[in-house]
Every structure is written in C-alpha cells, then in structure tokens.
Design a protein around this ligand. Sequence first.
Ligand SMILES: Nc1ncnc2c1ncn2[C@@H]1O[C@H](COP(=O)(O)OP(=O)(O)O)[C@@H](O)[C@H]1O
Ligand SMILES: [Mg+2]
Length: 374
Amino acid sequence: MKKEQVVNCQFSVWYPIFKKHTIKSLILPLPQNVIDYLLDDGTLVVSGSDHNTQQTHMNNSDSNAEEDIQWSDDETTTTVTAPEFPEFTSKVLEAINALGGRVFPKLNWSAPRDANWIALNSSLQCHSLSDIFLLFKSSDFIAHDLTQPFLVCSDQDSPDPVINYELVLRKWSELIPGGEFRCFVKENKLIAISQRDYTQYYQHISKQEEQICQAIQEFFSQHIQYNFLDEDFVFDVYRDSLGRVWLIDLNPFGEVTDSLLFSWEELASGGEISQQQVSHRETCSSGPWQKLRTVSLVITWFSLHAQEGPAFRYTTSEVTVQPSPCLSYRIPRDFVDLSAGEDAYKLIDFLKLKKSQQEDSEEEEEEEEENAPQ
Ligand SMILES: Nc1ncnc2c1ncn2[C@@H]1O[C@H](COP(=O)(O)OP(=O)(O)O)[C@@H](O)[C@H]1O
Ligand SMILES: [Mg+2]
C-alpha cells in the first residue's frame, strides 16, 4: 500500500465521485486551532459557550497524617477554560441542522468507533460540536488519522503528502449491522466479500447468500468499478431492507484496513481465494483479550460462495458469538500494552514485580520453616 492510496481514500476524495450512492454528508475544513485542541492531551474540557470547568487541586488533607504527601502547597483552584471556536462552532451547528439534527462524525478516514462507550447514549450519534469533541478526544482511531495516517505504507522513504484535515458530518442513519459488508477489490476486480460484523451470526445472511452476493456484485459493476482513482481498494456497503445497496466507506487495500474474515495474505497474494477451503478465525484473534480471556478456542466456520465471482464469507454458527473488537479500547492502556507485549519496559517492570513478590513469599516460607516446631 502506497501513501497515495491512503490519500485517495480520504472522504473528500471519494465522496464527490460516489455521492449518489452514499449517505448525504457535509465536509468542513478543520482549523489548525481545533486540530491542536484535539491533539492536546490535557484535561478534557469540552467546548461550549458556558462550559467552563472548575478544577480543584487540593492537598490531601483527608489522608492519614503520617503518609501525608503534599500534592501542592496551598489549596489552589485552577479554572480550566474550554477553548472557544465561535466561527467553527456555528458552521458545525449549521451543518448539523442541514443534515436533520443528528449526525455521524468522522475525520478524513476514521470514525471514533473505539470511543462510543464514553458518550452518554453509547452511540456515535451527535447533536452538537461538544458531542463530537468528546468522541474525538477519546478515540485512538482519530488520533491515528491525525498523527500517523501513513503508518504501514510501503513507500516510507518518500515525503508524507500534505493532508488538509476535515470534519465529515454524515446524516445519521440507523444501520443494522447484519446488513453491512466489506468488499475487497484488486486490479478493479471484486475478489472477496465479508460480513462486516463478523462477531455475530445473522440467519438472514445464510438464507439470502445468493441474493446478497449478486446485489453487491451488480452494485460494484454498475457504480464502483473503474470509477475510483485506484485499482486496489476496499469498499464497505450496506444492503437495506428493500435490498438496495449503498456505499458506506472506502478504505485502502492494505493492513490498516481490517481484513475481517479473510487474511491479508490471501487477499494480497493475487491468486484465487480458495472457494472450497473452510477457514476459521479464532476467538479474539487479535487484541489484548487474546491472552486475558480463558475462553476456549471457538472456531468460526464459514460458508464459501461457490464457483465464479468473489469469495463470500460470513459467520454461520451461533456458537461463534465473540466480543466486539472495540471492547479492548475500554480497558486501561497499561493493561493492554502488558497483555499484548507491546511495551517491553512495562513487561520488564511487571516481571521484576512478580520476581520480588516470589522472593518475598519464599523468604516467608523459609522463616516459617525455621520457626516451625521440630
Ligand atoms: N451515517 C451513519 N449513521 C449511522 N451509523 C453510521 C453512519 N455511517 C457509518 N455508520 C456506522 O459506523 C460504522 C463505521 O463507519 P465508517 O464510515 O466505515 O468508519 P471507519 O472507516 O472508521 O470504520 C459503520 O460500519 C456503520 O455501522
Ligand atoms: Mg473505513
């Protein structure tokens, strides 16, 4: 995957091309001071006209005197002022109103899917700029867009293209997860289709396998094929209750995009994706739960679409209910780093702690043995 392919998958690049086949949306340029605010790791104070938050730092007078740690000399009160972006705020409100009052927000590539749990309604539905800021500031996916959009590109030596950051507001639509599919296109050929919410079993998919596959293939050949700037890409679709197919998103053909029920090796190999092979994806095959959970291996079996056309994979059994892939974002970062072995220093500290605990308990045992009546 090249940097240019990532650039081409920005919302503002593909939306004008496929406008007729996707959800109505508005794009607003993000001013630099808003970007700075989103990147600022400080206190989360959500902007809004009278949202000034009082933060009080106190010396911990409640604690027991012997252990009294002076956090600060005096009792001080700091007023943290929410940054104000009056012009941008009014543009956003205007856009939200134009889209019916409820919007789905995203940046150039990503939506804050990992942060929906923090919102009051546990959803990405937003009514105001402060709803959007709360989600964006809590999301690693948004931070990825802002800080390392070209992370796994193969042409790392070439200079990073200039990115104009944008706030994308999409009209809120109640999408049923069982109607969402991800489609992989290589050399302008639709090679594979995967159920997007692979953690669940949807009976209607196995019942309507043929129709779904056919509808998506038709949608691809009529509206998508040869119309995009690249010949390798991944597009997401939604098939509504009337059987109509809509474009939801366009993503780069590469590892930044979740390959769902396929693997990137099979997708990128260029060979035929086996129609006969029965594949599996282990429960929690990625992320911290892999090691934290003791759930026994549950194998997900896939039905493979036969013969010509794209390989079509979906979860076909109720025993495969899996935790949502975004659940891992709800636990403390240290815990995740430790379990995934991503931060060697944390692992070393943890092992040292374990070792000293072990030594302590061995010493205790020895003492007990010495003191034990002969
Ligand atoms: N306009 C919308 N209204 C409500 N939900 C949406 C809307 N657009 C997308 N979604 C939901 O959010 C999910 C992620 O959207 P998507 O644009 O693909 O973001 P990302 O690229 O970050 O995954 C989709 O799978 C869909 O379930
Ligand atoms: Mg996407």
